[in-house]
Write a protein that binds this ligand. Structure first.
Ligand code: PLP
Length: 459
């Protein structure tokens, strides 16, 4: 395939994409295929001879769309969304055409500098203090890992960077049980170990109890452990729990611990000033992550980490072997030194396009609508016979239950087999509950209310 042929096929792909997006409401949201069915349709080995693109494209249409769960479906209310607005898709096409590897400023000056400017635009949009600077990771998991590695090395007096952890003190990281499993993964990968992730008790609202955090740290100090850092949850995945950020950071600070705020989902909502009370005190944190790829329409992958001071993270992650030196330019920013992988995609471009194409007001309207519609839907479901709102809307996420565990689980299976909407489950307070998360970029109030209609028809 040549670049000239690519032009024609790009047109065909764009036409296909338009039809696909226009037809999404007619498709079941969750894939309705059996495990292994797609693999069985593909040849066991790669072809030796080139094949015509026409044939490859036909096969794509025959094999792929029906075997996908449609994340851009306006009635996707599962997990958290991974929104891809059209402006974001356009930017990704352009970034794909350039296909740069933006590891150093000199390998992609525009990528580095647009990333720097976008970090300022986003910081201001979220109402964060001006001392924050930031970078883009592939995922919140990687940003949280970066923060935990920084906590580890800082608590070790940076000795661990050269010598590792062997023979050193037992490090401790603190988070509530409402925090995402990426924190568990980070402590494992950092060599700190799952047993050293202390799950701090929560208050009645499922936010971390600052007094319990303080007590846990003191008990660990008395037992000879070395506390290293606190991960604070803002908008937990299960039910949308929020830790009291100001109080938790204050406790961490009193013990000289590094703090990282995980606002992967809820961070986007902070472009609306009325929601910022939910993370009051965030300006005192050392590190904050949020995923524009969840609720801001900037497509996967795009996780933004703000840092009060990037120097400690660069001390943990940054390396400059001879072949990566940028001679005579030692003081410039090379973002690979801020993140785990060396290679980096040009992700800032899609932030630039989306913030301009919809404006902050366009994005705010979407988020406000989602929150309002989630509240309306929760009120309707709460009034239906046999249904109980188990946790009330936290922004646009709530959970409900139908009679008991068995009936709730069986109802969920029927909802997703029906296919008009897609919901997923969690377990809260020992009970099986169904999550509803309103956040898809193109969803309307009617799409949201379809959840109640489906429930009334099939419960
Ligand atoms: N933190 C929270 C609160 C999340 O909800 C998620 C994913 O849904 C993550 C972290 C991990 O995000 P990522 O998929 O970007 O690693």
């Amino acid at each position: 395939m040549t670049h000239d042929e690519l032009l024609e096929w790009s047109r065909r792909a764009a036409e296909w994409a338009l039809d696909y997006h226009n037809g999404l409401r007619d498709r079941p949201v969750r894939a309705q295929v059996a495990y292994g069915a797609t693999a069985a349709r593909l040849p066991a080995i790669a072809p030796d001879a080139p094949e015509p693109v026409e044939q490859i494209f036909d096969d794509f249409q025959a094999v792929v769309p029906d075997a996908m769960t449609h994340w851009q479906h306006p009635r996707f209310f599962a997990y958290f969304p991974a929104n891809a607005s059209p402006a974001s898709m356009l930017a990704e096409q352009l970034a794909n055409a350039i296909a740069a590897q933006a590891m150093l400023w000199q390998t992609s000056p525009a990528a580095t500098e647009i990333e720097q400017v976008m970090m300022t635009w986003l910081r201001e949009a979220l109402g964060l203090a001006d001392h924050f600077t930031g970078t883009i990771h592939d995922s919140a998991t990687t940003a949280t890992l970066s923060a935990v590695l920084t906590m580890r090395d800082r608590a070790m007096g940076w000795r661990s960077v050269e010598e590792g952890l062997c023979g050193g003190p037992r490090l401790r990281i603190y988070a509530s049980a409402q925090t995402h499993s990426s924190v568990d993964k980070a402590v494992r990968l950092a060599g700190i170990g799952q047993a050293n992730l202390v799950k701090v008790p929560v208050r009645d609202d499922f936010g971390m109890d600052p007094a319990a955090l303080d007590a846990a740290i003191r008990a660990d100090l008395a037992a000879g452990y070395r506390p290293a850092g606190v991960v604070i949850c803002c908008g937990g995945t299960s039910i949308g729990a929020f830790d009291p950020v100001a109080e938790c950071v204050a406790v961490a600070r009193a013990h000289d611990l590094y703090t990282h705020v995980d606002a992967a989902w809820a961070g986007s909502a902070m472009i609306c000033s009325e929601f910022r009370g939910l993370w009051a005190g965030v300006d005192a944190a050392d590190s904050v992550v949020f995923n524009p790829h969840k609720w801001l329409g900037i497509q996967f992958d795009c996780a933004v980490q703000f840092l009060a001071d990037p120097a400690p993270q660069i001390r943990s992650l940054g390396l400059r072997p001879d072949y990566l030196q940028t001679l005579g330019q030692d003081e410039i920013v090379n973002f690979n030194e801020w993140t785990v992988p060396l290679g980096r995609r040009f992700r800032a471009l899609k932030i630039w396009f989306v913030l301009r194409a919809y404006g902050l007001d366009g994005l705010r309207t979407r988020i406000r609508n989602h929150v309002t519609w989630a509240e309306e839907l929760a009120a309707v479901i709460g009034g239906m016979e046999g249904f109980e709102i188990f946790t009330p809307p936290a922004l646009s996420l709530f959970t409900f239950r139908y009679r008991d565990d068995v009936q709730t689980e069986s109802l969920l299976a029927r909802i997703n087999d029906d296919g008009r909407v897609y919901l997923t489950q969690t377990r809260h307070d020992g009970q099986f509950v169904i999550r509803v998360q309103v956040g898809q970029f193109d969803c309307t109030r009617d799409d949201v209310m379809m959840v109640a209609q489906v429930l009334s028809e099939i419960s």
